[in-house]
Design a protein around this ligand. Structure first.
Ligand SMILES: Nc1ncnc2c1ncn2[C@@H]1O[C@H](COP(=O)(O)OP(=O)(O)OP(=O)(O)O)[C@@H](O)[C@H]1O
Ligand SMILES: [Mg+2]
Length: 257
């Protein structure tokens, strides 16, 4: 069963396509890692997959139907962690989650219990009645994660979910992503943290300038690239600049009289 399918997605904001012919499909249990340098089109794909923007061409299918035909039904089974934690600053964490859960149609008593348990598990209980505007970046990120999980969605789309998380929260989230896959969820996971992608993803898609350079299991990508880690394969495939050399050049420019 295919839960989500992207067919030849192209998105142009300007004359240069931000996403240029991306095709993939996801079954239940798949954790698909989406990698690529800054500006390579990851978040644009995410916005197309969530239905927030329409592709210039190409289509996204879920359950055999184009998601744009019934976005409301599609979003009922979707949990989404956006790149930017845009939350209501004058709501407390508790109030925000209650709002999200209510909009999701969760029964009141069960929702309250779930929110309480989630806040506890994400170490947010002490701040649950405090306005989100005062939360640190990592605290806001944890609220976003809870909000995406509350309704037990079949499909999760996570754009840099580890962004700003402390060591323990990042470790929990890493294990959580893996477990979601094992529980039969489909997870689309954008990240720059290659070590985590290598460990939790069933398949990996590497983008450069909106195009797919590689789309396979991490081990297969490494084998084809003739490298011993996903990080080395990434650098090899994306043809990034030599990091050590560039750092030295920056110091040279900084110290120039
Ligand atoms: N709303 C927009 N209007 C115009 N151009 C945009 C817009 N959003 C993104 N772009 C451009 O599209 C390209 C892809 O951006 P995108 O945000 O998808 O990259 P990304 O892979 O998520 O990068 P990062 O790793 O920095 O999050 C970039 O060149 C960016 O400047
Ligand atoms: Mg992005």
């Amino acid at each position: 069963m295919i839960l989500l399918e992207a067919r030849n997605i192209v998105k142009c904001y300007t004359a240069v396509p931000a996403v240029n012919g991306v095709t993939f499909s996801m079954e239940p249990g798949e954790v698909l890692g989406c990698l690529g340098p800054n500006g390579s089109g990851k978040s644009t794909i995410v916005r197309v997959l969530t239905g927030l923007i329409q592709p210039t061409s190409g289509e996204v299918f879920s359950g055999g139907a184009n998601i744009q035909e019934n976005l409301v039904a599609y979003r009922e089974q979707l949990g989404y962690v956006p790149e930017e934690p845009d939350l209501y600053p004058f709501l407390s964490g508790w109030e925000y989650l209650e709002l999200v859960g209510t909009l999701r149609g969760l029964p009141r008593a069960a929702l309250k219990e779930k929110i309480g348990d989630m806040l506890e598990l994400f170490s947010l209980s002490p701040a649950k009645y405090v306005n989100i505007g005062t939360y640190s970046k990592g605290m806001r990120q944890r609220i976003l994660l809870i909000a995406a999980l509350l309704h037990d969605p079949a499909l999760l789309i996570l754009d840099e979910p580890l962004s700003g998380l402390d060591v323990t929260s990042a470790l929990i989230t890493k294990n959580l992503i893996k477990s979601l896959g094992e529980r039969g969820k489909a997870v689309f996971y954008c990240s720059h943290v290659l070590e985590v992608v290598e460990k939790v993803c069933t398949r990996v898609m590497i983008l450069r300038q909106g195009k797919v350079l590689a789309y396979a299991a991490s081990a297969e990508i490494q084998e084809r690239a003739g490298q011993s880690s996903l990080e080395d394969s990434f650098v090899h495939l994306v043809d990034e600049r030599d990091a050590v050399r560039t750092a030295q050049d920056i110091i040279y420019v900084m110290e120039a009289a």
